[in-house]
Design a protein around this ligand. Structure first.
Ligand SMILES: [Cu+2]
Length: 326
């Protein structure tokens, strides 16, 4: 084995030690039963071996109730323990806490791009504060990737055309590996990065220092004008499209009778595939922006729409019906 390859990665997030404990429990149970079964087989081979050339086996009839119950109930109990224990860790890992900071991650052949809540961007490097919950909203610009940080026991597919989320709370400062855990083309093995866990004040200092990598992306507000969204989504009576102010988080009725809650995925779909979910009371006249707008620009637009105050609120354009429904 490689001299410096640790068998187990560092334990550096709140989830890591819980995942490990469950892992060792499952491993322990498996080893225990493997050893017991192999030992029993070996003992039986010796004990019940054929002793005379003409010896034949004896048929066994009936059953032993207690024995049958034992070998049904004991494994069931063990499997149920693993199941509920695993489910509780799964739920915890699937639900970011409310105080989590929201980061965006983009997978691209063959690099990781990260955007911080304040808008700072970096590539293959990822700075985060220690002891702070960090929520990742991730998508891919091409093929399926997988964002993995072994030290946090974090691993999540990153798919083109949809958002996946993951979260972690780092418990130790230091630098850890980011890997792509899904074979994604010739340079898959180079799709690696470093995650730097810093003291909160160091993170603040880092945030204001230096330029952000990856080139500037126009802000959501600029894009809303540049892509002519504002020509239809206007807060006046002759508008042909729903008003988007205060829309985020609301429920919207669709022409096919369904109701959807406005979240990141819905806004994304509305921009890239507007005909899929058409809002009740409107014609499907919105053009698709598929291919004309990058994943990063979509995220900027989503952030802009998310932050639009409800119509009538201070700072909002006047005279628009709340929610944008007729
Ligand atoms: Cu990849």
């Amino acid at each position: 084995m490689l001299p410096n390859a640790p068998v187990f990665p560092p334990v550096s997030s709140t989830l890591a030690s819980k995942v490990d404990t469950l892992f060792f429990f499952t491993l322990g149970v498996s080893v225990l039963f493997s050893v017991a079964i192999v030992a029993t087989i070996a003992a039986f081979i010796v004990r019940y071996r054929r002793r005379r050339a003409d010896e034949t086996g004896q048929e066994i009839k009936g059953n032993t109730l207690l024995l049958e119950l034992a070998w049904s109930i004991v494994p069931l109990g063990l499997v149920m323990v693993s199941f509920f224990w695993g489910a509780s860790i799964f739920f915890e890992s699937a639900r970011p806490p409310a105080d989590a900071w929201s980061f965006h991650v983009y997978g691209k052949q063959w690099m990781w791009k990260v955007e911080h809540p304040e808008g700072k961007r970096e590539i293959n490097e990822f700075h985060v504060p220690v002891n702070q919950a960090v929520k990742l909203t991730m998508t891919s610009e091409d093929v399926i990737h997988n964002f993995s940080v072994p030290a946090f026991r974090l691993k999540m597919d990153v798919l083109p055309g949809r958002y996946t989320t993951a979260w972690f709370r780092a418990t130790k400062t230091g630098t850890y590996h980011i890997f792509c855990d899904q074979y994604c083309g010739v340079d898959h093995s180079k799709m690696v990065g470093k995650i730097h866990v810093m003291e909160p004040q160091d993170y603040k200092r880092w945030l204001v220092s230096g330029a952000s990598a990856g080139g500037a992306v126009a802000s959501g507000e600029e894009l809303f004008v540049a892509k002519a969204c504002n020509t239809c989504h206007r807060p006046d009576s002759s508008a042909r499209a729903p008003v988007l102010d205060g829309l985020f988080g609301k429920k919207v009725a669709l022409v096919d009778g369904r109701t959807v809650t406005v979240d990141e995925s819905y806004v994304r779909e509305s921009i890239l595939s507007p005909a899929t979910k058409v809002v009740q009371g409107y014609q499907p006249i919105m053009p698709t922006f598929q291919g004309q707008i990058s994943e990063e620009e979509v995220v900027q637009l989503i952030k802009y729409i998310k932050d639009l105050p409800p119509a009538g609120a201070p700072g909002a354009p006047a005279a628009a019906p709340a929610g944008g429904k007729p």
